[in-house]
Design a protein. Structure first.
Length: 430
DNA sequence: TCTGGGGTCCTAGGACCC
DNA sequence: TCTGGGGTCCTAGGACCC
C-alpha cells in the first residue's frame, strides 16, 4: 500500500521567533499579519489564553497586557529561511517530497518507514532547527492531513506522530473528525453536508457518490475517493507554474484622492514586477482593483477590479506602471473612501519560452501604451451594459490560517455596489 | 402568446487553502 | 480608530457571434 506523511510545523511563526529568542520559551507569544492588524500565529500558551486565530490586535489588547503576551510583527525572511532548513532535512530522509506551504510538506514514504522512524525524524528536525513538528501518516493526502490533525490534537497521547494506516480503529478516528476538520471542507460546505446528514468524516466516507457529486461537484467526489484510500491527489515534487502574482495593501486610514491611490499602486507595481523578474517571468495581462472598507457598514461601499491584456508580454516596471495607471483611472470613482488597492499580474509566461514577434524584434523596447489604452476602451468604454446585475448571496467567507476568521462584510452592507456607473450620491438615496 | 440554439469569451463571484 | 496578504479551482451568467 502506498503511504504518505504530512509533516506540519507547530505554530510555525511563533516557533521561529522562539528559536532566536529562547527567553520566549514557556511564555505566550503571538505574531501579527502584515500591517500588524491581526494575530496570525499563536503559541500554545497564547491559545490557552483564548486568543483566537485571526483576531484583530486591538480586540486583544486587554489580554495581552494582563498576561504579558509577547507580540511580534511578522518577519517573512526569517520564516522562509527556517522553512528551507526544515525542508532540506526532510528531503534527505525520503525519496520524494512536496513542499506544500511554508510550514508543511507531504512525504512519499519508503515501504519500511514505520512510526518509530517518524519519531526519529521528528526529533531530528527539532534538534537541528528548534522547530517542533507533527507527522501524520496515511494512504492518501486527505487522510494524511486527517492523521496529522489527530496527532496534533492529541499530542500528549501521540507524541506528535500518528500512523492512521496501521491504527487498529481508523473508523473511530474518522467518526471523531467533524467534516469541517477535513482538508477542503470549510464552513459553507460543512453546512451543506450537514443538511445531507453528513456530519463526520466517517459519514462522508460512506456517503453516496452521486449525491456528493451533485452538491459538491468534482471537488467533493475527489475528496470522497481520497477518504476511501483511493489517491486522487498526486505528490507534486515540482511546484506548478504560477498563474499570477499579486501585490496589494490596506491603507492605515482611508484614501480618497486619485493621486494617493496612484502612489500606492506605483508601489504595488514595483513589488509585483520585481517578483516576476525574479522568477524569470513576463506578464501578458494585468488586473487593478480597489475597495472601500468592507467592515464599515455605514459608508457607501464600492469595489471594482478590471483586467487588460497587454499587447506583448513584459516585466518592465515602467511599462506595467503606465498600463496600471490607465486601469486605475478607469475604475476610480471620486467620493468614496478607499481602504485597499492592488494589482495582479496574470497570464505569466517564461521569459526564455517567449518568442517575440517579428514586429517586436524590429521594434524592441517599450510596450505601446496607446494600444493598451485602446484595449481598455474596447473592453470597458464601449461596453453596452457594464452594470453588474447578478445578485450576491451574502455568504460568509472563510479565509486565513484558521477557518472563517474573516467575514465578507461588504456583501451585507446596504451601500455595496460594484457598478462603476453609479455615483455614490445616487446610491445613498436608496 | 409566440419570440432558436449553440459556442466562446469574459467578468464576477464563491469556495477553499496557507 | 484599529480588523492581512497571497494563492487555487470551479461555476454562473451576459455579450456576442454564427
Amino acid at each position: 500500500m502506498n503511504r504518505l506523511a504530512l509533516v506540519d510545523c507547530n505554530n510555525f511563526f511563533c516557533s521561529c521567533e522562539r528559536v532566536f529568542n529562547p527567553a520566549l520559551q514557556g511564555k505566550p507569544v503571538v505574531v501579527l499579519s502584515n500591517n500588524d492588524g491581526c494575530i496570525i500565529s499563536r503559541s500554545e500558551e497564547a491559545k490557552a489564553l483564548g486568543i483566537p486565530m485571526g483576531a484583530p490586535l486591538h480586540e486583544q489588547q486587554q489580554v495581552i497586557r494582563k498576561h504579558d503576551v509577547q507580540v511580534f510583527s511578522s518577519n517573512y525572511t526569517l520564516y522562509g529561511d527556517m522553512s528551507a532548513r526544515v525542508m532540506s532535512i526532510l528531503r534527505e530522509e525520503v525519496p520524494a517530497i512536496e513542499v506544500y506551504s511554508i510550514d508543511e510538506a507531504f512525504l512519499a514514504l519508503p515501504l519500511n518507514f514505520d512510526e518509530p522512524m517518524a519519531r526519529t525524524l521528528r526529533a531530528k528536525v527539532l534538534q537541528w532547527t528548534g522547530i517542533p513538528v507533527c507527522i501524520g501518516i496515511a494512504s492518501t493526502k486527505l487522510l494524511a492531513k486527517l492523521a496529522n490533525r489527530h496527532a496534533k490534537k492529541n499530542k500528549l497521547l501521540t507524541g506528535g506522530v500518528f500512523d492512521l494506516s496501521h491504527y487498529w480503529d481508523p473508523d473511530g478516528i474518522l467518526a471523531d473528525t467533524p467534516t469541517e476538520g477535513l482538508w477542503g471542507v470549510g464552513k459553507n460546505l460543512a453546512l451543506r453536508l450537514s443538511k445531507m446528514g453528513i456530519r463526520s468524516a466517517l459519514d462522508f466516507q460512506h456517503a453516496d457518490p452521486a449525491a456528493i457529486r451533485k452538491s459538491m461537484g468534482v471537488v467533493g467526489e475527489r475528496m470522497l475517493r481520497e477518504l476511501n484510500g483511493i489517491a486522487c491527489l498526486e505528490l507534486e515534487e515540482v511546484p506548478p507554474d504560477r498563474k499570477g502574482v499579486m501585490a496589494s495593501r490596506s491603507f492605515g486610514s482611508p484614501v480618497e484622492s486619485l493621486e494617493e491611490l496612484e502612489e500606492a499602486l506605483a508601489n504595488h507595481v514595483a513589488r509585483a514586477s520585481e517578483k516576476i523578474r525574479r522568477f524569470g517571468l513576463l506578464a501578458t495581462g494585468m488586473e487593478v482593483f480597489l475597495q472601500t472598507n468592507r467592515f464599515n457598514r455605514n459608508e457607501p461601499q464600492y469595489s471594482r477590479g478590471t483586467r487588460v491584456t497587454l499587447d506583448r508580454p513584459t516585466h518592465s516596471t515602467a511599462d506595467l506602471m503606465s498600463a496600471a495607471r490607465g486601469l486605475l483611472h478607469r475604475i476610480y470613482r471620486a467620493g468614496y473612501r478607499y481602504k485597499k488597492t492592488g494589482i495582479q499580474l496574470t497570464d505569466l509566461v517564461h521569459e526564455e519560452e517567449y518568442q517575440p514577434s517579428l514586429f517586436d524584434q524590429i521594434n524592441p523596447g517599450k510596450i505601446d501604451v496607446d494600444k493598451i489604452v485602446d484595449e481598455i476602451n474596447r473592453r470597458l468604454g464601449d461596453r453596452k451594459n457594464p452594470v453588474v446585475t447578478r445578485a450576491s448571496q451574502g455568504t460568509e467567507r472563510a479565509s486565513g490560517g484558521s477557518k472563517g476568521w474573516m467575514m465578507k462584510a461588504e456583501r451585507h452592507s446596504p451601500h455595496y455596489t460594484t457598478d462603476w456607473n453609479q455615483l455614490p450620491e445616487a446610491r445613498a438615496q436608496d
